[in-house]
Design a protein around this ligand. Structure first.
Ligand code: ATP
Ligand code: MG
Length: 549
Protein backbone atom coordinates (compact mmCIF):
# COMPACT_ATOMS: atom_id res chain seq x y z
CA UNK A 1 0.00 0.00 0.00
CA UNK A 2 1.27 3.45 -0.88
CA UNK A 3 1.42 5.58 2.22
CA UNK A 4 0.57 8.70 0.21
CA UNK A 5 -2.84 7.17 -0.42
CA UNK A 6 -3.53 5.78 3.01
CA UNK A 7 -5.29 7.54 5.89
CA UNK A 8 -2.66 7.48 8.64
CA UNK A 9 -2.97 10.79 10.48
CA UNK A 10 0.11 10.65 12.74
CA UNK A 11 0.66 13.23 15.47
CA UNK A 12 3.95 14.83 16.49
CA UNK A 13 2.83 15.90 19.93
CA UNK A 14 1.73 13.68 22.79
CA UNK A 15 -2.02 14.26 23.26
CA UNK A 16 -2.53 15.85 26.66
CA UNK A 17 -5.18 13.46 27.93
CA UNK A 18 -3.37 10.27 26.96
CA UNK A 19 -1.77 8.90 30.13
CA UNK A 20 -0.70 5.42 29.08
CA UNK A 21 1.85 4.40 26.46
CA UNK A 22 -0.71 2.40 24.51
CA UNK A 23 -3.16 5.29 24.38
CA UNK A 24 -0.47 7.77 23.33
CA UNK A 25 1.04 5.65 20.58
CA UNK A 26 -2.28 4.43 19.19
CA UNK A 27 -3.33 8.07 18.80
CA UNK A 28 0.04 9.34 17.60
CA UNK A 29 0.56 6.49 15.14
CA UNK A 30 -2.80 7.20 13.52
CA UNK A 31 -4.38 3.90 14.61
CA UNK A 32 -7.40 5.30 16.44
CA UNK A 33 -9.22 8.58 17.12
CA UNK A 34 -11.49 9.50 20.00
CA UNK A 35 -15.04 10.59 19.19
CA UNK A 36 -16.32 10.99 22.74
CA UNK A 37 -15.13 9.92 26.19
CA UNK A 38 -14.44 6.18 25.96
CA UNK A 39 -15.69 6.01 22.35
CA UNK A 40 -13.24 5.54 19.47
CA UNK A 41 -12.95 5.08 15.73
CA UNK A 42 -10.54 2.44 14.50
CA UNK A 43 -8.70 4.01 11.58
CA UNK A 44 -7.41 1.81 8.72
CA UNK A 45 -4.16 0.85 10.47
CA UNK A 46 -5.83 0.12 13.80
CA UNK A 47 -8.67 -1.78 12.18
CA UNK A 48 -6.22 -3.93 10.26
CA UNK A 49 -4.76 -5.14 13.55
CA UNK A 50 -8.19 -5.63 15.11
CA UNK A 51 -9.06 -7.89 12.15
CA UNK A 52 -5.88 -9.92 12.68
CA UNK A 53 -6.70 -10.45 16.36
CA UNK A 54 -10.24 -11.42 15.35
CA UNK A 55 -8.93 -13.91 12.78
CA UNK A 56 -6.83 -15.64 15.46
CA UNK A 57 -9.82 -15.72 17.82
CA UNK A 58 -12.13 -17.12 15.13
CA UNK A 59 -9.66 -19.91 14.33
CA UNK A 60 -9.28 -20.89 17.96
CA UNK A 61 -13.01 -20.66 18.70
CA UNK A 62 -13.93 -22.71 15.63
CA UNK A 63 -11.39 -25.30 16.73
CA UNK A 64 -13.26 -25.77 20.03
CA UNK A 65 -16.39 -26.55 18.04
CA UNK A 66 -18.12 -23.28 18.90
CA UNK A 67 -20.21 -21.78 16.09
CA UNK A 68 -20.13 -18.12 15.16
CA UNK A 69 -23.35 -16.14 15.13
CA UNK A 70 -24.17 -12.47 15.47
CA UNK A 71 -26.71 -11.16 17.93
CA UNK A 72 -27.94 -7.57 18.04
CA UNK A 73 -26.20 -4.93 20.13
CA UNK A 74 -29.62 -3.52 20.97
CA UNK A 75 -31.47 -5.86 23.32
CA UNK A 76 -35.12 -5.71 24.42
CA UNK A 77 -35.46 -4.61 28.05
CA UNK A 78 -37.90 -7.45 28.78
CA UNK A 79 -35.07 -9.97 28.66
CA UNK A 80 -33.11 -8.00 31.25
CA UNK A 81 -36.24 -7.80 33.40
CA UNK A 82 -36.57 -11.58 33.19
CA UNK A 83 -33.06 -12.13 34.51
CA UNK A 84 -33.46 -9.37 37.07
CA UNK A 85 -30.46 -7.48 35.76
CA UNK A 86 -32.40 -4.46 34.46
CA UNK A 87 -32.55 -3.35 38.09
CA UNK A 88 -29.26 -4.64 39.48
CA UNK A 89 -26.83 -3.76 36.66
CA UNK A 90 -26.90 -0.10 37.55
CA UNK A 91 -25.92 2.98 35.54
CA UNK A 92 -23.29 1.04 33.55
CA UNK A 93 -26.08 -0.41 31.43
CA UNK A 94 -26.89 2.03 28.63
CA UNK A 95 -30.63 2.22 28.06
CA UNK A 96 -32.77 3.77 25.37
CA UNK A 97 -36.39 4.09 24.35
CA UNK A 98 -37.78 3.62 20.84
CA UNK A 99 -40.54 5.69 19.19
CA UNK A 100 -43.20 3.40 20.69
CA UNK A 101 -41.91 3.94 24.19
CA UNK A 102 -40.30 0.48 24.42
CA UNK A 103 -37.06 0.23 26.33
CA UNK A 104 -33.85 -1.41 25.16
CA UNK A 105 -30.46 -2.12 26.69
CA UNK A 106 -27.32 -1.59 24.67
CA UNK A 107 -25.66 -4.98 25.21
CA UNK A 108 -23.10 -4.89 28.00
CA UNK A 109 -22.90 -8.66 27.66
CA UNK A 110 -25.11 -11.29 26.04
CA UNK A 111 -26.29 -13.90 28.57
CA UNK A 112 -29.96 -12.83 28.42
CA UNK A 113 -30.09 -12.66 24.66
CA UNK A 114 -28.39 -16.00 24.05
CA UNK A 115 -30.50 -17.74 26.70
CA UNK A 116 -33.66 -16.41 25.05
CA UNK A 117 -32.43 -17.70 21.68
CA UNK A 118 -31.83 -21.28 22.80
CA UNK A 119 -34.54 -21.76 25.39
CA UNK A 120 -37.14 -23.19 23.08
CA UNK A 121 -34.83 -25.27 20.92
CA UNK A 122 -32.21 -26.81 23.20
CA UNK A 123 -34.95 -28.82 24.90
CA UNK A 124 -33.40 -32.27 25.06
CA UNK A 125 -30.16 -33.75 26.35
CA UNK A 126 -29.72 -35.16 22.84
CA UNK A 127 -29.05 -31.65 21.51
CA UNK A 128 -26.37 -30.91 24.11
CA UNK A 129 -23.66 -29.76 24.51
CA UNK A 130 -23.74 -26.74 22.20
CA UNK A 131 -21.53 -23.65 22.02
CA UNK A 132 -21.82 -20.38 20.13
CA UNK A 133 -19.76 -17.21 19.95
CA UNK A 134 -19.97 -13.78 18.44
CA UNK A 135 -17.76 -10.77 17.91
CA UNK A 136 -19.93 -7.78 18.66
CA UNK A 137 -19.63 -4.24 20.01
CA UNK A 138 -20.48 -3.92 23.69
CA UNK A 139 -21.60 -0.89 25.68
CA UNK A 140 -20.86 -0.05 29.29
CA UNK A 141 -21.25 3.43 30.67
CA UNK A 142 -18.05 3.13 32.71
CA UNK A 143 -17.64 5.64 35.53
CA UNK A 144 -14.06 6.31 34.53
CA UNK A 145 -13.37 5.46 30.92
CA UNK A 146 -9.61 5.69 30.55
CA UNK A 147 -6.37 4.62 28.94
CA UNK A 148 -7.95 4.74 25.49
CA UNK A 149 -9.22 1.34 24.42
CA UNK A 150 -8.37 -0.25 27.76
CA UNK A 151 -11.53 0.94 29.44
CA UNK A 152 -13.96 2.17 26.83
CA UNK A 153 -17.67 2.80 26.94
CA UNK A 154 -18.07 1.19 23.52
CA UNK A 155 -15.69 -1.72 22.88
CA UNK A 156 -15.30 -4.88 20.84
CA UNK A 157 -15.78 -8.16 22.65
CA UNK A 158 -15.80 -11.80 21.67
CA UNK A 159 -18.38 -13.50 23.83
CA UNK A 160 -19.05 -17.23 23.79
CA UNK A 161 -21.67 -19.31 25.57
CA UNK A 162 -21.91 -23.05 26.10
CA UNK A 163 -24.90 -25.16 27.14
CA UNK A 164 -24.75 -28.51 28.89
CA UNK A 165 -26.76 -31.30 30.41
CA UNK A 166 -24.16 -32.16 33.07
CA UNK A 167 -21.46 -30.53 35.16
CA UNK A 168 -18.89 -32.88 33.61
CA UNK A 169 -19.79 -31.68 30.15
CA UNK A 170 -19.45 -28.04 31.30
CA UNK A 171 -16.09 -28.85 32.85
CA UNK A 172 -14.86 -30.31 29.58
CA UNK A 173 -15.95 -27.23 27.60
CA UNK A 174 -14.46 -24.92 30.22
CA UNK A 175 -10.99 -26.40 29.94
CA UNK A 176 -11.22 -26.53 26.16
CA UNK A 177 -11.98 -22.80 26.15
CA UNK A 178 -9.23 -22.21 28.70
CA UNK A 179 -6.77 -23.82 26.29
CA UNK A 180 -8.18 -21.86 23.33
CA UNK A 181 -7.67 -18.61 25.28
CA UNK A 182 -4.08 -19.57 26.03
CA UNK A 183 -3.54 -20.22 22.32
CA UNK A 184 -5.11 -16.88 21.34
CA UNK A 185 -2.98 -14.82 23.71
CA UNK A 186 0.20 -16.76 22.90
CA UNK A 187 -0.39 -16.19 19.19
CA UNK A 188 -0.86 -12.48 19.94
CA UNK A 189 2.61 -12.51 21.47
CA UNK A 190 1.37 -11.47 24.91
CA UNK A 191 3.02 -12.11 28.24
CA UNK A 192 0.07 -13.18 30.37
CA UNK A 193 -1.06 -15.32 33.25
CA UNK A 194 -4.28 -17.29 33.68
CA UNK A 195 -5.35 -16.45 37.21
CA UNK A 196 -7.89 -17.83 39.60
CA UNK A 197 -10.57 -15.18 40.05
CA UNK A 198 -13.54 -14.48 42.30
CA UNK A 199 -16.85 -15.72 40.95
CA UNK A 200 -18.92 -14.21 43.77
CA UNK A 201 -20.83 -11.42 42.10
CA UNK A 202 -22.06 -13.43 39.11
CA UNK A 203 -23.11 -16.38 41.22
CA UNK A 204 -21.09 -18.94 39.29
CA UNK A 205 -18.40 -21.45 40.18
CA UNK A 206 -14.94 -21.84 38.64
CA UNK A 207 -13.56 -18.82 36.90
CA UNK A 208 -10.21 -17.73 35.53
CA UNK A 209 -9.15 -14.37 34.23
CA UNK A 210 -6.45 -13.95 31.63
CA UNK A 211 -4.25 -11.09 32.70
CA UNK A 212 -1.72 -9.41 30.41
CA UNK A 213 1.24 -8.30 32.51
CA UNK A 214 1.64 -4.53 32.44
CA UNK A 215 2.60 -1.85 34.93
CA UNK A 216 -0.54 0.20 34.29
CA UNK A 217 -2.82 -2.80 34.94
CA UNK A 218 -5.56 -2.24 37.48
CA UNK A 219 -5.47 -5.75 38.94
CA UNK A 220 -2.84 -7.19 41.23
CA UNK A 221 -1.84 -10.76 40.51
CA UNK A 222 -0.19 -12.96 43.09
CA UNK A 223 1.95 -15.55 41.35
CA UNK A 224 4.58 -18.09 42.25
CA UNK A 225 8.12 -17.40 41.15
CA UNK A 226 8.61 -21.14 40.58
CA UNK A 227 5.36 -22.56 39.23
CA UNK A 228 2.24 -21.79 37.19
CA UNK A 229 0.29 -20.78 40.25
CA UNK A 230 -1.40 -17.38 39.81
CA UNK A 231 -4.47 -15.81 41.40
CA UNK A 232 -6.07 -12.43 41.71
CA UNK A 233 -4.84 -10.83 44.88
CA UNK A 234 -8.19 -11.21 46.60
CA UNK A 235 -8.42 -14.90 45.69
CA UNK A 236 -4.92 -16.07 46.57
CA UNK A 237 -5.02 -18.49 49.50
CA UNK A 238 -2.50 -18.12 52.30
CA UNK A 239 -0.78 -21.21 53.61
CA UNK A 240 -0.12 -20.81 57.30
CA UNK A 241 3.31 -20.49 58.64
CA UNK A 242 3.51 -22.25 61.97
CA UNK A 243 3.74 -20.00 64.99
CA UNK A 244 7.34 -20.02 66.02
CA UNK A 245 6.82 -20.68 69.71
CA UNK A 246 4.78 -23.04 71.86
CA UNK A 247 1.44 -21.94 73.27
CA UNK A 248 1.99 -20.68 76.82
CA UNK A 249 -1.02 -19.50 78.78
CA UNK A 250 -0.18 -16.67 81.19
CA UNK A 251 -2.45 -14.34 83.16
CA UNK A 252 -3.80 -11.45 81.11
CA UNK A 253 -2.25 -8.07 81.90
CA UNK A 254 -3.30 -4.61 80.88
CA UNK A 255 -2.01 -1.09 80.99
CA UNK A 256 -3.58 2.10 79.80
CA UNK A 257 -2.82 3.67 76.44
CA UNK A 258 -1.46 2.30 73.22
CA UNK A 259 1.85 0.53 73.14
CA UNK A 260 4.25 1.79 70.54
CA UNK A 261 6.41 -1.32 70.28
CA UNK A 262 5.32 -3.44 67.36
CA UNK A 263 6.12 -7.11 67.06
CA UNK A 264 4.95 -10.28 65.38
CA UNK A 265 2.57 -11.02 68.25
CA UNK A 266 0.57 -7.86 67.90
CA UNK A 267 -3.09 -8.42 67.07
CA UNK A 268 -5.48 -5.96 65.41
CA UNK A 269 -9.25 -5.84 65.34
CA UNK A 270 -11.11 -4.83 62.18
CA UNK A 271 -14.82 -4.11 62.06
CA UNK A 272 -17.15 -4.80 59.14
CA UNK A 273 -20.84 -5.07 58.49
CA UNK A 274 -22.94 -7.26 56.25
CA UNK A 275 -26.56 -6.55 55.41
CA UNK A 276 -27.63 -8.16 58.67
CA UNK A 277 -24.83 -8.22 61.22
CA UNK A 278 -21.60 -6.75 62.54
CA UNK A 279 -18.41 -8.68 61.93
CA UNK A 280 -15.24 -8.45 63.98
CA UNK A 281 -12.07 -9.89 62.49
CA UNK A 282 -8.90 -10.39 64.54
CA UNK A 283 -5.64 -10.80 62.73
CA UNK A 284 -1.94 -10.01 63.04
CA UNK A 285 -1.41 -6.26 63.08
CA UNK A 286 0.93 -6.47 60.12
CA UNK A 287 -1.75 -8.11 57.94
CA UNK A 288 -4.78 -6.82 56.10
CA UNK A 289 -8.25 -8.35 56.05
CA UNK A 290 -9.31 -9.66 52.65
CA UNK A 291 -13.01 -8.81 52.50
CA UNK A 292 -13.63 -11.24 49.63
CA UNK A 293 -12.50 -14.11 51.85
CA UNK A 294 -14.80 -12.88 54.62
CA UNK A 295 -17.64 -12.63 52.12
CA UNK A 296 -17.04 -16.14 50.83
CA UNK A 297 -16.73 -17.59 54.33
CA UNK A 298 -20.03 -16.03 55.38
CA UNK A 299 -21.71 -16.77 52.05
CA UNK A 300 -22.90 -13.18 51.76
CA UNK A 301 -22.78 -10.68 48.92
CA UNK A 302 -21.76 -7.60 50.90
CA UNK A 303 -19.06 -6.96 53.48
CA UNK A 304 -18.02 -3.39 54.08
CA UNK A 305 -15.99 -1.59 56.73
CA UNK A 306 -18.07 -0.49 59.68
CA UNK A 307 -18.02 3.26 59.73
CA UNK A 308 -18.85 3.99 63.30
CA UNK A 309 -17.34 6.40 65.80
CA UNK A 310 -17.96 3.95 68.60
CA UNK A 311 -17.21 0.38 67.70
CA UNK A 312 -18.21 -2.14 70.36
CA UNK A 313 -15.69 -3.47 72.85
CA UNK A 314 -13.65 -6.04 70.93
CA UNK A 315 -13.01 -8.16 74.01
CA UNK A 316 -16.64 -8.41 75.09
CA UNK A 317 -18.59 -10.83 72.96
CA UNK A 318 -21.54 -8.57 72.22
CA UNK A 319 -24.94 -9.53 70.92
CA UNK A 320 -25.21 -9.32 67.12
CA UNK A 321 -21.43 -9.39 66.56
CA UNK A 322 -19.81 -12.36 64.86
CA UNK A 323 -16.16 -12.80 65.73
CA UNK A 324 -13.77 -14.33 63.25
CA UNK A 325 -10.00 -14.60 63.30
CA UNK A 326 -7.32 -15.22 60.77
CA UNK A 327 -5.94 -18.76 60.89
CA UNK A 328 -2.52 -17.46 61.92
CA UNK A 329 -3.93 -16.54 65.32
CA UNK A 330 -4.80 -20.17 66.04
CA UNK A 331 -2.93 -21.26 69.20
CA UNK A 332 -1.29 -17.88 69.47
CA UNK A 333 -0.52 -16.93 73.06
CA UNK A 334 1.39 -14.11 74.74
CA UNK A 335 0.04 -11.74 72.14
CA UNK A 336 -0.57 -8.03 72.49
CA UNK A 337 -3.78 -6.25 71.72
CA UNK A 338 -4.76 -2.61 71.98
CA UNK A 339 -8.45 -2.39 72.82
CA UNK A 340 -9.70 0.91 71.50
CA UNK A 341 -12.99 0.86 73.41
CA UNK A 342 -11.10 0.92 76.72
CA UNK A 343 -7.92 2.64 75.52
CA UNK A 344 -5.98 -0.23 77.10
CA UNK A 345 -3.18 -2.44 75.81
CA UNK A 346 -3.44 -6.06 76.86
CA UNK A 347 -0.55 -8.47 76.97
CA UNK A 348 -0.43 -12.26 77.37
CA UNK A 349 -3.52 -12.43 75.19
CA UNK A 350 -4.36 -15.99 74.28
CA UNK A 351 -6.38 -16.12 71.08
CA UNK A 352 -8.51 -19.03 72.14
CA UNK A 353 -9.05 -17.99 75.75
CA UNK A 354 -9.58 -14.26 75.30
CA UNK A 355 -11.00 -13.45 71.88
CA UNK A 356 -14.31 -15.42 71.77
CA UNK A 357 -13.59 -16.48 68.21
CA UNK A 358 -16.36 -18.35 66.41
CA UNK A 359 -14.15 -19.44 63.55
CA UNK A 360 -10.47 -19.32 62.57
CA UNK A 361 -9.99 -19.19 58.81
CA UNK A 362 -7.79 -17.84 56.04
CA UNK A 363 -8.98 -14.23 56.02
CA UNK A 364 -5.97 -12.11 55.12
CA UNK A 365 -4.43 -10.90 51.90
CA UNK A 366 -1.43 -12.85 50.72
CA UNK A 367 1.85 -10.88 50.83
CA UNK A 368 4.95 -10.92 48.67
CA UNK A 369 7.36 -13.43 50.14
CA UNK A 370 4.63 -15.76 51.46
CA UNK A 371 5.06 -19.39 50.38
CA UNK A 372 3.09 -20.27 47.23
CA UNK A 373 -0.07 -22.26 48.08
CA UNK A 374 0.99 -25.07 45.73
CA UNK A 375 4.13 -25.57 47.78
CA UNK A 376 6.41 -24.44 44.96
CA UNK A 377 8.26 -21.16 45.31
CA UNK A 378 7.27 -17.86 46.89
CA UNK A 379 4.57 -15.34 46.06
CA UNK A 380 5.40 -12.29 43.98
CA UNK A 381 3.06 -9.53 42.83
CA UNK A 382 2.55 -8.18 39.32
CA UNK A 383 0.08 -5.79 37.75
CA UNK A 384 -2.26 -7.14 35.11
CA UNK A 385 -4.82 -6.04 32.53
CA UNK A 386 -7.82 -8.38 32.34
CA UNK A 387 -8.05 -9.33 28.66
CA UNK A 388 -10.34 -12.32 28.98
CA UNK A 389 -12.35 -14.43 31.34
CA UNK A 390 -13.78 -17.95 31.33
CA UNK A 391 -16.66 -18.63 33.66
CA UNK A 392 -18.73 -21.58 34.81
CA UNK A 393 -22.03 -19.79 34.99
CA UNK A 394 -24.18 -22.71 36.12
CA UNK A 395 -27.96 -22.31 35.96
CA UNK A 396 -28.39 -18.66 36.99
CA UNK A 397 -29.85 -17.53 33.66
CA UNK A 398 -31.50 -20.75 32.56
CA UNK A 399 -33.42 -20.89 35.86
CA UNK A 400 -34.61 -17.29 35.92
CA UNK A 401 -35.40 -17.31 32.20
CA UNK A 402 -36.89 -20.80 32.00
CA UNK A 403 -34.40 -22.45 29.63
CA UNK A 404 -35.13 -26.10 30.36
CA UNK A 405 -34.29 -29.42 28.74
CA UNK A 406 -35.46 -32.99 29.21
CA UNK A 407 -32.75 -35.22 30.64
CA UNK A 408 -32.30 -38.94 29.94
CA UNK A 409 -34.90 -39.83 32.56
CA UNK A 410 -37.41 -37.45 31.04
CA UNK A 411 -37.05 -34.88 33.81
CA UNK A 412 -37.10 -31.13 33.17
CA UNK A 413 -33.86 -29.43 34.16
CA UNK A 414 -32.32 -25.98 33.63
CA UNK A 415 -29.50 -25.85 31.08
CA UNK A 416 -26.03 -25.65 32.64
CA UNK A 417 -24.12 -22.76 31.11
CA UNK A 418 -20.61 -21.43 30.65
CA UNK A 419 -19.64 -17.98 29.37
CA UNK A 420 -16.35 -16.84 27.95
CA UNK A 421 -15.27 -13.30 27.00
CA UNK A 422 -12.29 -11.65 25.36
CA UNK A 423 -11.92 -7.88 25.18
CA UNK A 424 -10.61 -7.50 21.64
CA UNK A 425 -10.05 -3.75 21.66
CA UNK A 426 -8.57 -4.00 25.15
CA UNK A 427 -6.24 -6.76 23.93
CA UNK A 428 -4.98 -4.38 21.23
CA UNK A 429 -4.05 -1.86 23.93
CA UNK A 430 -2.48 -4.53 26.14
CA UNK A 431 -0.25 -5.56 23.22
CA UNK A 432 0.86 -1.93 22.80
CA UNK A 433 1.70 -1.74 26.52
CA UNK A 434 4.07 -4.68 26.06
CA UNK A 435 5.43 -3.79 22.63
CA UNK A 436 6.79 -0.26 22.48
CA UNK A 437 9.85 1.85 23.14
CA UNK A 438 10.17 5.59 23.63
CA UNK A 439 9.69 6.27 19.91
CA UNK A 440 6.62 4.22 19.19
CA UNK A 441 5.16 0.77 18.72
CA UNK A 442 7.03 -2.42 17.80
CA UNK A 443 4.40 -4.88 16.60
CA UNK A 444 4.81 -8.63 17.07
CA UNK A 445 4.92 -10.07 13.57
CA UNK A 446 1.69 -12.04 13.95
CA UNK A 447 -0.27 -8.79 14.26
CA UNK A 448 1.79 -6.10 12.55
CA UNK A 449 -0.27 -3.88 10.22
CA UNK A 450 2.36 -4.52 7.51
CA UNK A 451 5.41 -6.82 7.43
CA UNK A 452 7.65 -4.24 5.85
CA UNK A 453 7.91 -0.45 5.88
CA UNK A 454 9.66 0.62 2.68
CA UNK A 455 10.88 4.19 3.03
CA UNK A 456 11.94 6.23 0.02
CA UNK A 457 14.10 8.98 1.48
CA UNK A 458 13.69 11.38 -1.47
CA UNK A 459 10.87 10.43 -3.85
CA UNK A 460 11.81 13.35 -6.13
CA UNK A 461 15.03 11.55 -6.96
CA UNK A 462 14.37 9.36 -10.00
CA UNK A 463 16.76 6.58 -9.04
CA UNK A 464 15.31 6.25 -5.54
CA UNK A 465 11.80 6.40 -6.84
CA UNK A 466 12.32 3.81 -9.60
CA UNK A 467 14.19 1.39 -7.34
CA UNK A 468 11.54 1.70 -4.60
CA UNK A 469 8.80 0.94 -7.08
CA UNK A 470 10.63 -2.15 -8.31
CA UNK A 471 11.29 -3.42 -4.78
CA UNK A 472 7.69 -2.76 -3.75
CA UNK A 473 6.53 -4.92 -6.64
CA UNK A 474 9.02 -7.68 -5.89
CA UNK A 475 8.28 -7.88 -2.17
CA UNK A 476 4.50 -7.78 -2.73
CA UNK A 477 4.92 -10.50 -5.35
CA UNK A 478 6.63 -12.68 -2.74
CA UNK A 479 3.66 -12.32 -0.41
CA UNK A 480 5.01 -9.67 1.92
CA UNK A 481 2.57 -6.98 3.02
CA UNK A 482 4.40 -3.71 2.35
CA UNK A 483 3.67 -0.14 3.40
CA UNK A 484 5.58 2.08 0.96
CA UNK A 485 6.31 5.56 2.22
CA UNK A 486 6.31 7.37 -1.12
CA UNK A 487 5.24 10.69 0.44
CA UNK A 488 6.96 13.94 -0.40
CA UNK A 489 7.86 14.61 3.22
CA UNK A 490 11.13 15.46 4.93
CA UNK A 491 13.17 12.34 5.81
CA UNK A 492 12.96 13.24 9.51
CA UNK A 493 9.15 13.11 9.37
CA UNK A 494 9.22 9.79 7.54
CA UNK A 495 11.59 8.12 9.97
CA UNK A 496 9.68 9.41 12.99
CA UNK A 497 6.40 8.09 11.53
CA UNK A 498 7.99 4.76 10.76
CA UNK A 499 9.09 4.39 14.39
CA UNK A 500 5.60 5.35 15.56
CA UNK A 501 3.84 2.87 13.27
CA UNK A 502 6.23 0.05 14.17
CA UNK A 503 6.24 -2.43 11.26
CA UNK A 504 8.72 -5.25 12.06
CA UNK A 505 11.06 -4.72 9.06
CA UNK A 506 12.26 -1.36 7.76
CA UNK A 507 13.89 -0.85 4.37
CA UNK A 508 15.42 2.49 3.46
CA UNK A 509 16.00 3.47 -0.17
CA UNK A 510 18.38 6.44 -0.13
CA UNK A 511 21.49 7.92 -1.71
CA UNK A 512 22.98 4.60 -2.84
CA UNK A 513 19.91 3.65 -4.87
CA UNK A 514 21.93 4.19 -8.08
CA UNK A 515 24.26 1.35 -7.00
CA UNK A 516 21.31 -0.86 -6.02
CA UNK A 517 22.31 -0.60 -2.37
CA UNK A 518 19.68 -0.15 0.34
CA UNK A 519 19.49 -0.40 4.12
CA UNK A 520 17.51 -3.05 5.96
CA UNK A 521 16.88 -3.62 9.65
CA UNK A 522 14.25 -4.45 12.21
CA UNK A 523 12.17 -1.82 13.99
CA UNK A 524 13.34 -3.39 17.23
CA UNK A 525 17.00 -3.02 16.32
CA UNK A 526 16.45 0.71 15.62
CA UNK A 527 18.31 2.78 13.03
CA UNK A 528 21.72 1.77 14.39
CA UNK A 529 20.99 -1.89 13.62
CA UNK A 530 20.31 -1.34 9.91
CA UNK A 531 22.67 -2.94 7.39
CA UNK A 532 23.46 -2.05 3.81
CA UNK A 533 22.75 -4.81 1.31
CA UNK A 534 22.54 -5.27 -2.48
CA UNK A 535 18.95 -5.34 -3.64
CA UNK A 536 19.23 -8.71 -5.40
CA UNK A 537 19.27 -10.51 -2.04
CA UNK A 538 16.37 -8.51 -0.60
CA UNK A 539 13.48 -11.00 -0.41
CA UNK A 540 15.74 -13.57 1.27
CA UNK A 541 16.98 -10.94 3.72
CA UNK A 542 13.42 -9.89 4.62
CA UNK A 543 12.35 -13.50 5.15
CA UNK A 544 15.36 -14.12 7.35
CA UNK A 545 14.84 -10.99 9.43
CA UNK A 546 11.17 -11.85 9.97
CA UNK A 547 12.02 -15.40 10.98
CA UNK A 548 14.36 -14.07 13.65
CA UNK A 549 11.69 -11.85 15.21
P1 ATP B 1 -13.42 -5.03 34.28
O1 ATP B 1 -13.29 -5.74 35.60
O2 ATP B 1 -12.11 -4.63 33.69
O3 ATP B 1 -14.43 -3.92 34.29
P2 ATP B 1 -15.18 -7.14 33.57
O4 ATP B 1 -14.66 -8.25 34.40
O5 ATP B 1 -16.38 -6.40 34.01
O6 ATP B 1 -13.99 -6.10 33.26
P3 ATP B 1 -16.22 -9.01 31.64
O7 ATP B 1 -17.65 -8.84 31.92
O8 ATP B 1 -15.51 -10.21 32.17
O9 ATP B 1 -15.42 -7.68 32.08
O10 ATP B 1 -16.02 -8.85 30.06
C1 ATP B 1 -15.19 -9.70 29.27
C2 ATP B 1 -13.99 -8.96 28.75
O11 ATP B 1 -14.34 -7.73 28.11
C3 ATP B 1 -13.02 -8.54 29.85
O12 ATP B 1 -12.16 -9.61 30.18
C4 ATP B 1 -12.27 -7.39 29.18
O13 ATP B 1 -11.20 -7.88 28.41
C5 ATP B 1 -13.31 -6.77 28.27
N1 ATP B 1 -13.86 -5.51 28.83
C6 ATP B 1 -14.70 -5.36 29.87
N2 ATP B 1 -14.98 -4.08 30.09
C7 ATP B 1 -14.32 -3.37 29.14
C8 ATP B 1 -14.21 -1.98 28.82
N3 ATP B 1 -14.88 -1.07 29.51
N4 ATP B 1 -13.44 -1.61 27.77
C9 ATP B 1 -12.76 -2.53 27.05
N5 ATP B 1 -12.82 -3.85 27.31
C10 ATP B 1 -13.58 -4.28 28.34
MG1 MG C 1 -14.20 -10.11 33.93
Amino acid sequence: MRQSQMFIPTLKEVPSDAESASHQFLLRGGFIRQNAAGIYSYLPLGYKIIKKIEAIIREEMDRTGAQELLMPAMQPAELWHESGRWDVYGPELMRLKDRHGRYFAMGATGEELVTSLVRDSLNSYKKLPMSVYQIQTKYRDEKRPRFGLLRGREFIMKDAYSFHATEESLDEAYWKMFQAYKNVFERCGLKFRAVLADSGAMGGKDTHEFQALAEIGEDTIAYSDQSDFAANLEMAPVVTRKNSSERKILPLEKKSGKTTVSNDRMISARWFKTRVETILVFLKASDEVNDVKVKNLLGTDLVEPLKSEHTPDALQAAEGVRILADQELLSLSQAEFYNEAEDMTYSNVDSERDLHVEKFADLRFVKEGDPSPDGKGTIQFAKGIEIGQVFKLGTKYSETMGALFLDEEGKNKPLIMGCYGIGISRTLSAICEQYHDEKGLIWPKSLAPFDVHLITVNPKNDEQSALSKKLYGELSGHGFDVLWDDRRERPGVKFADSELIGCPVQIVVGKKAGDSIIEIGSRKGQAAGRKEIQTDGLTGAVAELLSQL
